[in-house]
Design a binder for this molecule. Structure first.
Ligand code: F6R
Length: 617
């Protein structure tokens, strides 16, 4: 996690750093800091808290902010609690070298012991302070240049990093390097922009280079980029890409929070995901390049394993249902963090699908590397174009949901499900495991989903009224069956993440095997009770809850009578087929979590302890 930023050029660095850090806060926001360089010196300011608190500190402490070279950092704590001392940038013992770092140095403790024996002392509890002093140690011991000391030190460490290092006596030079954590470089004729993703510099340039793992670059004012391999210092030819980012996508517009904007964007993002892929002709047609060109692999797949984390894992569970239903291939869904640490059996005809919004989640990335090492064919479903996962899968499909800034995933979830529906239908068609009529009906129905979501978004006011009643409770239960069980999990996760209310998702029928003991007049139970999908069984579950005085908030179809008579509150959604229903049933659950968090006065876009992109294990 953590966001890093840097500037080297002719403009004042400070506004670029501060505004850039604000755009990177989704990566972590427990502390932040900047260093601005001038001739033979620098000013450093860091603080616990968000970037606006850093700005305030800089203002009240009258920190010198003039200079055309600078680096900055917004942190999500790994080693050491969030406080001023552990915040980045970190400075070497001599005060000469200054560093920002995103990632984890796993063997930092061993290096720290060596450095301590050589007289080094440490102010913070961070692995980063160890690394910058290791660089200083190597430089002094061996009379290395800074670039050589950085390179040699990186060859000695185990872990993940994207770093930027500056020597205060050479403020016209920044050294950057990457392994495992993302690092983008914006390039103009006389300036360089460094950032964890390109959004902070798209205002200035659309020429970008994504450093690859194991690469470092020496940036010098007014000079051409010098790109090297960390392992052997081999000079590389930089491949500069043109960015295509629409700035409107990263502004809140009329919405109070990005999360609300992103919830409301879903009719459009689903259309974007379908664009060019769902072509309604006489018999309906789905075209996804990554599947088309690997048709035989999917036709002959004996088993599919889907690997992901968090919300993407919930989408994977929906994928399991869809792929087994339409393509009749056995599917397993795994948490990436579990998959990577056992010795999974991956046969020759085993397809692995990895799902990740950010494309940077460390556990998913490692699981993907493991699967590739074992010879599996890996298909990726990612949102962030050019992300690490997207770059190393064998084939894949982007979700095209646009930048998701709210830490709690919403539009990326429905975009992932949309890709999974297309994938399952397409493979089913190849394998003739779905009949033409059903295939065509589902293709047509997919088109109508955005309109149905639009309809549900209009129920926001009634969801707010329900939220007012329950915003003070301590626990929530979410129930669903079949393909809507993962939606219940997702609804519970959304509520936990942004309102800090404990919530559990359960398959409705499992309730009587334990959770029913929790039900009393204080327990709200959100239950997905749509007509298609075990309706009668769900009616029975609701009766069980009501018999124990639980409060029922039911998601029902328009025109529903039976559940509406039993439930305390109903949220109505249009009628739709069971297989596509998660695309719509999740919308009221997202809105409910959002409204409850707002009423409780929480910072919806930046919930405590979380970060958008989990680049640590
Ligand atoms: C929940 C959420 C997280 C992510 C998880 C995986 O709202 O956002 O649970 O889904 O960290 O992230 P990606 O999809 O980027 O791999």
């Amino acid at each position: 996690m953590c966001g890093i930023i840097g500037y080297l050029g002719y403009r004042e660095a400070y506004p670029i750093l501060i505004n850039g850090l604000k755009k990177l806060e989704y990566r972590g926001y427990d502390s932040s800091g900047i260093a601005i360089f001038y001739k033979n010196g620098y000013s450093l300011c860091k603080t616990k808290g968000r970037v606006y608190e850093l700005e305030r500190k800089i203002y009240y402490d009258k920190v010198k902010i003039s200079g055309t070279t600078g680096i900055g950092h917004t942190r999500w704590a790994t080693h050491g609690v969030p406080n001023d001392i552990n915040a980045h940038p970190h400075v070497s013992n001599s005060n000469d070298l200054i560093m920002i770092h995103n990632g984890i140095i796993e063997n930092y403790h061993a290096i720290k012991i060596i450095l301590s024996k050589n007289g080094f002392t440490f102010k913070s509890k961070t692995d980063t302070e160890v690394l910058i002093n290791f660089i200083e140690f190597l430089r002094k011991e061996n009379k290395f240049s800074l670039e050589e000391a950085v390179r040699i030190s990186l060859n000695e460490i185990v872990g993940a990093y994207s770093i930027a290092v500056v020597d205060k006596y050479y403020p016209d030079k920044i050294i950057i390097a990457k392994l495992g954590s993302p690092l983008a470089l914006g390039i103009n004729e006389k300036e360089f922009f460094i950032a964890s993703d390109p959004i902070p510099f798209v205002d200035y340039t659309n020429n970008a280079l994504y450093l690859k793992d194991g690469e470092m670059a020496i940036l010098k004012k007014g000079k051409e980029l010098d790109l090297r391999k960390i392992v052997d210092n081999h000079k590389l030819h930089p491949i500069i890409k043109k960015l295509k980012i629409n700035l409107k996508q990263i502004e809140k517009g009329k919405y109070k929070y990005f999360m609300l904007k992103e919830i409301h964007e879903q009719p459009k993002t689903i259309l974007d995901t379908l664009r060019g892929r769902l072509l309604i002709s006489e018999c309906g047609m789905i075209y996804i390049d990554g599947i088309e060109s690997n048709k035989d692999i999917f036709i002959n797949a004996k088993c599919i394993t889907i690997v992901a984390c968090g919300t993407s894992w919930h989408a994977s569970l929906i994928g399991e249902y869809l792929l087994e239903e339409f393509a009749r291939i056995p599917v397993e869904v795994e948490y990436a963090s579990e998959f990577r640490y056992r010795n999974p059996i991956i046969g020759k005809k085993n397809v692995i699908i990895v799902i990740s919004q950010s494309g940077e989640t460390a556990d998913t990335l490692s699981a993907l590397k493991l699967a590739k090492k074992k010879g599996a064919f890996v298909f990726g479903i990612c949102n962030v174009v050019g992300s690490s996962i997207a770059r190393i899968v064998d084939a894949g499909a982007y979700t095209h949901a646009g930048p998701e800034i709210g830490v709690a995933s919403t539009k990326s979830f429905t975009a992932q499900i949309t890709v999974l529906v297309l994938l399952a239908l397409k493979i089913g068609k190849y394998r003739s495991t779905i009949n033409d009529y059903r295939y065509k009906c589902l293709c047509q129905e997919l088109r109508s989903i955005p309109e149905k979501i639009d309809h549900v978004l209009k129920t926001d006011n009634s969801i707010r009224e329900i939220s007012k009643i329950y915003h003070n409770v301590n626990n929530f239960l979410y129930l669903g069956r079949g393909i809507n069980f993962p939606v219940a999990l997702e609804g519970a996760l959304k509520l936990k993440e942004i309102s800090y209310i404990h919530a559990e998702g359960y398959p409705a029928a499992e309730m009587k095997h334990g959770p029913i003991a929790l039900i009393d007049e204080n327990m709200p139970v959100v239950i997905i009770a749509i007509k298609k999908g075990f309706y009668d069984k769900i009616v029975g579950n609701i009766q069980e809850i009501k018999a124990r005085k639980g409060k029922v908030i039911a998601i029902v179809n328009e025109g529903d009578i039976q559940v509406s008579m039993l439930a305390d509150h109903v949220i109505k959604i249009p009628y739709l087929s069971e297989e596509l229903s998660p695309l719509v049933t999740v919308i009221p659950l997202q809105l409910l979590a959002y409204q409850i968090a707002c009423i409780r006065g929480e910072n919806v876009d930046q919930p405590r302890n979380l970060a958008k992109s989990v680049t640590v294990e």
